[in-house]
Design a protein around this ligand. Structure first.
Ligand code: PMP
Length: 455
């Protein structure tokens, strides 16, 4: 229960005075006032005023098993009572951290066996950068230090992770990127292929990696990092020709392949990992979000035996966090992964939910405002256009994506706008009826947006 003095006006007032929000127009938020979320159950959220929303974004792509699972509450509470904290420095570990390491080795793609724990996806990618460079240095190739990433990639918001990311608007604040990071193009068919055949486009964009490696010199390149499907970039699904070509190039030039599975991991595509979906054999994999369904902050980097054993041969590793392997976060992650496994949630996404979603979300393509509707697993995107036949976008200052998102809220559905690409990523436990409801509500929001944008 709320204390008697708690009310939306009080919370908004306090928020205005004391809280700077992540990835938010601070001024606009202070004018509009914060929405206060208070309760979650399954795929549904309620705000402080009793408004109910179908959470088409699973929080921030993370609440894979849905809100309100008592088993995770119990796992946290039991672990907290027994041992609320201990670290993994100084030759110690905890049963929860060892259990999670074992479980991750079981569910991740073959060949990835060893974990390093972090608290977030950003920390996981910072860890990747440091470990990969250290790995090559131990092997006597300290010049292999450059990371190649992609324009419009998102890998987190710490200094290294944001530098790995390819978002110019993020680099423009805080003096980024750091040195020795290079970017190539992205396999964004709707946005960038023009009239080119998608398969040819996919191969051509992949070959930018080879050109960049040649330009920099393979002896200087440590790794290529990418999400199997770009999430925050706008649910960008690469053509089938893309990943096989990337794999070939990494193998031929002795470049580590790092899969950022922070969004794709733990069932999002209908396979346990995006790497499974595309048959990738990454050397390292960063993960967070779905690892604990967002119930507590935790991330990890998985690596091959070859990398881990090389790091072991290097002796002292000067990297880690107070909360690497936090026992409560690990206990929650273990229980979450057991639920995903034992309730066969990932298999259900592949065989039942994803086809249903493809049909329901795909139906939005008929709307006059939609230039393309695409899905993969339980990820979906629609591209808003001013002219459907010509696939012409709205002028950016029309803010079509934001208008649609706001209209969605009025229809009780949460989706996200990334420019004029509107994306969805609902909890994996979403029922068939809720999948239809999600698309229906987005359809109603599209009608509203069409009216606003016609003025
Ligand atoms: N990588 C990817 C692909 C992500 O989507 C995100 C978060 N959206 C991150 C890394 C960063 O994770 P975090 O916000 O937990 O630091």
């Amino acid at each position: 229960m709320n204390a008697p003095h708690d009310s939306l006006a009080t919370w908004q007032d306090i928020d205005r005075k004391h809280h700077i929000h992540p990835f938010t127009d601070q001024k606009a938020l202070r004018d509009a006032g914060t929405r206060i979320m208070q309760k979650g159950e399954g795929v549904w959220l309620w705000d402080s005023e009793g408004n109910r929303f179908l959470d088409g974004m699973a929080g921030l792509w993370c609440v894979n098993i849905g809100y309100g699972r008592a088993e995770l509450v119990e796992a946290a509470s039991t672990q907290m009572s027994e041992l609320a904290y201990y670290n993994c420095f100084f030759g110690t570990s905890t049963p929860a951290a060892t259990r999670l390491a074992a479980l991750l080795a079981e569910v991740t793609p073959q060949g990835l066996t060893q974990s390093f724990f972090t608290n977030s996806g950003s920390e996981a990618n910072d860890t990747v950068l440091r470990l990969a460079r250290h790995y090559w240095a131990i092997r006597g190739k300290e010049k292999k230090a450059i990371f190649i990433s992609r324009r419009n990639a998102y890998h987190g918001s710490s200094i290294a992770a944001a530098s790995l990311g390819g978002m110019a608007w993020m680099h423009s604040q805080g003096g980024l990127p750091i040195p020795d990071i290079a970017h190539i193009g992205q396999p964004y068919v709707f946005g960038e292929a023009g009239g080119e055949d998608p398969a040819a486009f996919g191969r051509r964009v992949a070959q930018e990696l080879e050109e960049k490696i040649r330009e920099l010199g393979p002896h200087r390149v440590a790794a290529f990092i990418a999400e199997p499907v770009q999430g925050s970039g706008g649910v960008i699904v690469p053509p089938a020709s893309y990943w096989p070509e990337i794999k070939r190039i990494c193998d031929e030039h002795e470049i580590l392949l790092v899969a950022d599975e922070v969004i794709c991991g733990f069932g999002r595509t209908g396979k346990w990992f995006g790497s499974d979906y595309y048959g990738l054999k990454p050397d390292m994999m960063s993960m967070a979000k779905g690892i604990s369904s967002g119930y507590l902050p935790i991330g990890a980097v998985m690596m091959t035996d070859e990398i881990a054993n090389t790091l072991v041969s290097g002796g002292f590793l000067s990297h880690g966090f107070t909360y690497s392997g936090h026992p409560v976060a690990c206990a929650v992650a273990v229980r979450n992964i057991e639920i995903l496994r034992d309730e066969r949630i990932v298999e259900r996404v592949e065989t039942v939910a994803a086809p249903r979603f493809a049909e329901a979300w795909g139906g939005l393509a008929d709307h006059p405002l939609v230039g393309e509707a695409r899905t993969i697993g339980l990820l979906g995107a629609i591209e808003l256009v001013a002219d459907k036949a010509a696939r012409r976008r709205f002028a950016p200052d029309r803010k079509a994506g934001l208008i649609l998102r706001e209209a969605g809220l009025r229809h009780g559905v949460i989706v996200r706008s990334i420019g004029d690409t509107v994306v969805a990523s609902p909890p994996l436990i979403i029922s068939d009826g809720e999948i239809d409801e999600l698309s229906k509500r987005v359809g109603m929001a599209l009608d509203d947006a069409a009216t606003s944008l016609s003025n």
